[in-house]
Write a protein that binds this ligand. Sequence first.
Ligand code: AGP
Length: 613
Amino acid sequence: MCGIIGYIGNKKALPIILDGLRRMEYRGYDSAGIAVLERESVFSQKSVGQIGRLQEKLHDADTHGGTIGIGHTRWATHGGVTVENAHPHTDCTGAIWVVHNGIIENERELKDELQSLGHVFRSETDTETLPHLIEEMEKKYPEENLAGHVRRALLRIKGTYGIAVIHASHPDMLIAARNFSPLLLGIGTGEYFIASDASAILAYTDRVIYLDDGELAILTPNTREITNLQNVPSKKDTHTIEWSLEDAGKKEYPHFMLKEIFEEPAAIENSIRGRIIADTGQAKFGGLSEHGKVMQETKRILIVACGTAYFAGRVGEYLIEEYAGIPVEVDIASEFRYRKPVFRQGDVCLVISQSGETADTLAALREAKAKGIPVIGIVNVVGSTIARETDAGIYQHIGPEMGVASTKAFTSQVAILALLTVLLGRSREMSFDTGRRMLQEIEKIPEHMRHTLLQSTHIRHIAKKYQPYRNFLFLGRKYQMPVACEGALKLKEISYVHAEGYGAGELKHGSIAMIDKDFPSICIVLRDSMREKMISNIQEIKARNGPIIAIATEGDSEVASIADDVIFIPETLEALSPMISAVPLQLFAYHFGVLAGCDVDKPRNLAKSVTVE
Ligand code: AGP
């Protein structure tokens, strides 16, 4: 997805916009652009590539003193990565400038209509229909104001948007609107900010208002008006961002991804803080409120998510079924929303999303709610769309996750699912002893993680040894199967090599045909209920000359003797071990990607949160 930012106030807009774009670059980095209103004209500059390229073009930035402007960092959906397709986009007259995050689904129909009216398009993007539509509304309804023209234009749009609009003839107005794509309003003193996420403006204010779908904000330096598209005023609460700008920085780490891997112990501590009742062996979540009872009485849980969050949900399936005895189904959101799920009385839908903005997960949530199913969320970003649309939710409290490859979010989600398992289990058959034991082991996880992180250099050596290989199989069973899939996702998304995660029991049903000396397997073989089976799988692979990297329990010399390379991790309950076994796989992917010269924080073709379908 893309990142948009807007500013109106008493300072020069350009430095603020560039700073915001840099902080949102993780959202999309194909191209970028700005537009600043100066007296009666608009100065604009755009470039392909990362923000640095735009900055090079803006070497004379300080000559542009305009105090109202907009900016955009793009993840291409419609149209190639070119300067012409970079935002902002303008109308025929160069007066109206728009930045947009989302997809206009009826852009073809609109473009044909506008071109038949004489509008000339300069780009291949869907976004460019917006300024021309606003221009057309100006012509048709000259008696109305800019806000009225924007409302009328948006009423013609089918699709998703988060937009900011400036107009050369309105030097004191910035207009923003959202539908499905996240957008927040930052409140300053004599100034307002518009941004796709808080990281872009936290340097200037931590007071924000979250716009809802169908809302429009009309801003001047000292006033704000928020209405719906029928010009009915909306009453909005002001929120305070709970994390600092420093949290969103890299600190002493070379990459966000490494920082966030090393933050995992603290992330788990923050995710479980205040949610363990040790003396009764129970767990609690304030955010569930009366829906906690709904969860405890549920007859079936439908977990829906995408990517890494989906794999965390798969771990949750094993946890909840084994320790709470509740049937669980886990679905990829993009499948759930299009198949015809059969809901039953007593179902609860649990959506998992770090960003809280993933379009497919949001659509799945809305589908479940439309069928009357209670929806609970596990989300990291406070105030995000999914967090606000679920009936109740559990925040992860792990601070911003900036690296495109999700790491601390995964282990935090598993920790929360483990606590949820105790909450559900203890209202059913789970004994006090089992509950207390599980909670005690959960509290030890951060220490186990710190111990595992000490192996980062060792893991880097292994990543270096396996640089020449271009194919990897990740294998695990039971609780480790989702971890194997997550490990494969990590490696392929940041180093672009082929990797597949598999249930090891499936090896002989096809994938073993790929194994030879050039096809290494990463096997998670812990001292757990699946150890013997996993050792057999390793032997099958070795019989075909496949190299083996083993993730094993500390002290397991037998596994060390049959693997080519081994990474030891501390022992914990089998059900909790995904929080530990994921860490070496994250580090392996990180080091492999860095050694391969990849941009591990901003991998090609990806964006941090997929707010388009
Ligand atoms: C994981 O490393 C990827 N960045 C991606 O699969 C991500 O997990 C997925 O898009 C879901 O994002 P969410 O948790 O923000 O919904």
